[in-house]
Design a protein around this ligand. Structure first.
Ligand code: HEC
Length: 190
């Protein structure tokens, strides 16, 4: 996993570091007001250092600004309802354009999300679909059909936080039919 400290310039890095030390100082003072054993205090302090320290390592964001010329929606005929379905339920993990929720800025949640995006894109990237050789494109569409027939995608851990991405029976069937028809178009291409 690629990780880079959030701030790029030295000055803002110093700012973040100061904030970090300040938060830690505040937490330490707070601990003193509680009647805890020295051991518990030490453990809590170590936990705070780890949690706050983790915030300094924000994963690289999957937010390409350019509309890819190889995006499936640019290269092939994708009817509007299918575009809407793909964008709301699949593009966060299967394109170069993730729309991040606020909690993605909180580590280690952000690392976990990033892992899904990296893995999802590696298997299927709609932003680069136009670049896929015909055989691969056809196979990926077959997998898309399968993912809908088996209710595999989008994964449950995603729809739990994105209820709008839970597809209706109608949307799933439309997605299957569209993938099927694009496959037959691809297979007719000499
Ligand atoms: C939360 C992230 C996420 C979302 C949202 C998501 N996927 Fe996935 N998808 C993954 C991951 C991760 C994998 C790889 C999982 C594995 O192989 O175990 C994957 C694998 C796949 C594969 C298998 C590709 C291959 O060749 O192995 C297909 C097809 C697929 N997803 C289709 C979809 C479709 C269609 C949607 C939307 C309806 C969708 N996914 C939404 C994360 C996601």
């Amino acid at each position: 996993m690629q990780r880079s400290p959030a701030p790029s310039s030295g000055a803002s890095c110093l700012k973040v570091f100061k904030k970090f030390v300040k938060s830690l100082g505040g937490f330490y003072l707070c601990l003193h007001t509680l009647s805890l054993t020295p051991m518990t205090k030490k453990l809590l302090l170590v936990a705070a250092v780890l949690i706050l320290g983790a915030q300094l390592f924000q994963p690289t964001r999957n937010e390409s600004l350019d509309e890819s010329p190889d995006d499936i929606m640019v290269r092939y005929n994708v009817p509007e309802p299918i575009q809407i379905t793909l964008k709301k339920a699949c593009y966060d993990c299967h394109s170069n354009h993730t729309v991040y929720p606020w909690y993605s800025y909180v580590q280690p949640v952000g690392w976990w999300l990033n892992h899904h995006v990296e893995e999802g894109k590696e298997h299927l990237n709609f932003s680069e679909f136009g670049n896929y050789p015909l055989k691969k494109a056809d196979h990926k569409l077959e997998e898309v059909m399968e993912s809908q027939e088996t209710h595999w995608m989008p994964m449950d851990s995603y729809t739990w936080m994105h209820p709008e991405a839970k597809l209706t029976e109608e949307e799933r069937l439309a997605l299957i039919n569209w993938a099927k028809s694009l496959r037959s178009t691809l297979n007719q291409t000499p």
